[in-house]
Write a protein that binds this ligand. Structure first.
Ligand code: AMP
Length: 283
């Protein structure tokens, strides 16, 4: 596996691949890799001739400077995992490489970002869209791989690809979980042993919500049930729990469930000073 640190080198490589008919898969990450990331890389390796994995902790998508500072960075361990997973090229630029000057462009995704992560992390999706656009330009992928774990991010990137006519296919991969149900996340490394033991309650709360939705319990009562369940855990602070239309991500509020529309159950919570998100999509 080759490791590249400059956009110019990666562009030269991906241009050569395109000219020689190779199909390129891209897996953008922020590193501190876990099994969820590796399954994306393995899927990309199965479905393409070459795989670019990027590791870049993107400052413009962090609204909280402490979160950016404390984000785990493990480049050597990450590099050792990627080769065996089928990665061809690891792209690890530094901040000056992708942002030689502060970017001034700002994205506004309308109603898609006036909910959930968009409300609680102002500017986050503009930063995501900026860095993902840059990565698309330098990697020239035929397919780009993202996790359903970041459901709203997938919706934003789908809109980005449509609005800016990026010529690529988005591949969305299901959330990979620990044996106890906790969604794998680089941030899980920052949990204390006690926090790690409590964390599966977040997925259990989503499963409770799923059971209620399947019984056609109205959205307002599903929200109350999840809030009550998580209020029993003194170390968990729920930031939001939302019952939304999985396509538009807009909250469902009516007493009736819209027929034939997939439903997304999404939450963000703080535990041990670590912010975790998870979701389930039904239907
Ligand atoms: P991150 O490094 O957290 O920015 O994640 C990089 C990519 O991996 C994103 O597309 C995430 O949605 C995806 N990802 C993160 N955690 C998981 C997981 N547990 N299962 C599947 N995909 C994931």
């Amino acid at each position: 596996m080759e490791i590249l640190q400059t956009s110019a080198e990666l562009q030269a490589q991906t241009e050569h691949w395109r000219k020689t008919g190779r199909r390129i898969g891209l897996v953008p990450t922020m590193g501190a890799l876990h099994e969820g990331h590796l399954q994306l890389v393995e899927a990309a390796a199965r479905e393409n001739d070459v795989v670019v994995t990027s590791i870049f902790v993107n400052p413009t998508q962090f609204n909280n400077p402490e979160d950016f500072r404390l984000y785990p960075r493990l480049p050597e361990a990450d590099a050792a995992l990627l080769g065996p997973a089928g990665c061809t090229t690891l792209f690890m630029p530094d901040v000056a490489q992708l942002y030689p000057a502060p970017s001034v462009l700002r994205f506004d995704f309308g109603t898609l970002e006036r909910v959930m992560e968009g409300i609680h992390r102002p500017g986050h999706f503009s930063g995501v869209a900026t860095v993902v656009s840059k990565l698309f330009h330098v990697s020239r992928p035929h397919r780009a791989y993202f996790g359903q774990k970041d459901l709203q991010q997938v919706a934003i990137i789908r809109q980005l690809v449509a609005d800016l006519s990026f010529d690529l296919e988005l591949v969305v991969f299901p959330t990979v979980r620990e044996a106890d149900g906790l969604a794998m996340s680089s941030r899980n490394r920052r949990l204390t042993p006690a926090g790690r033991a409590t964390a599966p309650v977040l997925y259990q709360a989503l499963q409770l919500a799923q059971a209620l939705v399947e019984q056609q319990v109205p959205p307002a009562r599903v929200r109350e049930a999840v809030q009550q369940r998580l209020a029993q855990e003194p170390t968990i602070t729920l930031e939001y729990f939302e019952v939304a239309d999985a396509g538009t991500l807009q909250p469902l509020d009516g007493p009736e469930w819209p027929a034939g529309r997939p439903v997304a159950l999404c939450l963000a919570a703080h535990l041990d000073g670590v912010r975790l998100i998870d979701n389930i999509v039904l239907g």
